[in-house]
Design a binder for this molecule. Structure first.
Ligand code: PMP
Length: 477
């Protein structure tokens, strides 16, 4: 084995990541599955490559000059890459980050000397508070500012044509037959996949790993729980736009992975393979395992793991977080015959028994009239229901993020009785705050604590989606 490289600058330590065989998760499969370990890049993610490429291109094209400021909208990792490259080359770096990204990434950005601006996630593209509009304003107001614009910047996929693709081809001695990666900006899959197809004469199959409800793989764009990949569409967005860094024919096929499978696979990667990676790595590995199951010994699958799990110790790698959103029903993962999985315990625990006897979930459209809501609530145990945006399609269930309030039969009856609301009036003013949400694996005591003194019930989440309501009497001692 040759000695590891010696670098004269941190910028030379970007990329050049190893392939690691997933021998345990891939046990029993004929085709070997190798992980491209991007968390070993100097900034901890695949986005170091795009960041370096975009900065060098901007300098070359005269868009970024000494004294300049780099601005970017980022789920964190591109900002970290830009902070490393940008600060090293003497620029100011401003990273605008969606408030639902893991807070660990904000701290890492600040540690590298970037200025962090938080923007709300759940707003339509047209809203001035949307991340993309926030960065445009910062650029307008900051002399010498340059927007890296990873979504539309060709230097992003180009980084992967020049580095990631050739590395994988060389590391596998040209034996790679399938490349699997998630799609955020699309830079990775377009550049790496495109290169592998080109050098193999079209023999490499490229597979996109997508959250089930993301539109890239054919979902409706409703919310999902894996950050940094997929494409979400806010129901109020008028005109959706896909990144130019993503070539629509980059993937030959998609594997659409439910959140639970992504998150539990990320946890298995840590526990069984010793690879602490982020949730999008879970999606990619889940997809790669599905692909590999259909292949033979002559095939070789490479799956790209975009970043480290150290940025998500408060999310996917936290048992408390997993339980809070209904992704874990026991105390954590349990050992079952060598495989670690989230087994549903023989004796139902947490809120599962109460949920099972609570009856099916009833929701009310927030755009409904008072009369419609009253009819919907007729006969519903406890007489309380979450209110959801009527414009939201729901083939994947109602995500916690789609719940905009709650409505109770008592409030409607009182307003109709005293004449303060007519049956054909919009529900609007009678809508109460959203019910506190608890995961199905949380305890009855935790549900009672969430209920507090004012709420008429709690919303129970299974896999991050509304599964039922436990009205206050159901939680009584
Ligand atoms: N996973 C993580 C953790 C990321 O930060 C990104 C970049 N947003 C991706 C996946 C997707 O990579 P790309 O933007 O190249 O499609």
């Amino acid at each position: 084995m040759s000695a590891p490289a010696v670098h004269e600058s941190v910028l030379d330590a970007i990329g050049g990541t190893p392939l690691i065989r997933l021998a345990r998760l891939g046990a029993g499969l004929a085709a070997p599955v190798y992980a491209k370990a991007e968390f070993l890049s100097i900034g901890g993610s695949v986005k170091d490559r795009a960041a370096l490429s975009m900065v060098l291109a901007a300098e070359r094209d005269g868009l970024l000059a000494p004294g300049g400021t780099i601005v970017e909208a980022t789920s964190g990792n591109t900002g970290i890459g830009l902070a490393i490259v940008g600060r090293r080359r003497g620029y100011r770096v401003i990273a605008a980050v969606a408030d639902r990204t893991a807070p660990e990434k904000w701290d890492i950005l600040r540690a590298y000397g970037a200025e962090v601006v938080l923007a709300p996630t759940a707003v339509p593209l047209e809203d001035p508070a949307h991340l993309f509009n926030v960065v445009r304003r910062i650029v307008e107001e900051t002399p010498g500012a340059w927007l890296a614009d990873q979504y539309d910047n060709q230097a992003n996929p180009d980084a992967h044509v020049r580095t990631t693709g050739p590395e994988i081809w060389e590391q596998t001695g040209g034996r790679v037959t399938h490349f699997v990666a998630g799609v955020g900006t699309g830079g990775t899959i377009t550049g790496t996949g495109g290169h592998l197809k080109a050098v193999s004469g079209g023999a490499v199959t490229v597979v996109g790993a997508d959250p089930e409800s993301s539109v890239y793989g054919g979902g409706d764009g409703s919310p999902y729980y894996v950050e940094s990949i997929g494409h979400f569409i806010h129901p109020d967005t008028v005109e959706d736009r896909w990144p130019l860094a993503y070539r629509r024919d980059a993937a030959d096929a998609f594997e659409r992975i439910p959140d639970r499978e992504s998150l539990l696979t990320a946890r298995r990667l840590a526990r069984e393979e010793g690879i602490l990676a982020g949730p999008s790595s879970g999606t990619a590995v889940a997809a790669a395992l599905r692909v590999a199951r259909r292949l033979g010994p002559e095939d070789l699958v490479v799956v790209l793991l975009p970043d480290s799990g150290r940025s998500y110790l408060s999310k996917v790698h936290s048992d408390a977080w997993m339980r809070q959103w209904g992704f874990l029903e026991d105390g954590g993962a349990v050992e079952t015959g060598g495989a670690v999985e989230n087994a549903v315990p023989a004796e139902p625990t947490g809120l599962r028994p109460l949920l099972d006897s609570a009856g099916p979930l009833v929701t009310v459209d927030a755009d409904a009239t008072v009369g419609e809501a009253a009819r919907t609530l007729h006969g519903v145990p406890g007489g309380v229901a979450p209110a959801v945006l009527a414009r939201t399609a729901r083939p994947y269930g109602v995500s916690a993020a789609e719940v905009v309030g709650a409505v109770s039969r008592e409030v409607l009856a009182a307003a109709l009785a005293d004449g303060s609301a007519k049956p054909d009036a919009p529900l609007g003013a009678l809508l109460g705050p959203a019910l506190p949400a608890v995961g199905v694996g949380q305890s009855v005591a935790e549900a009672r604590a969430a209920l507090g003194s004012g709420h008429p019930g709690v919303l129970v989440l299974v896999d991050g989606r509304a599964a039922g309501v436990l009205p206050r009497p159901a939680l009584a001692d």
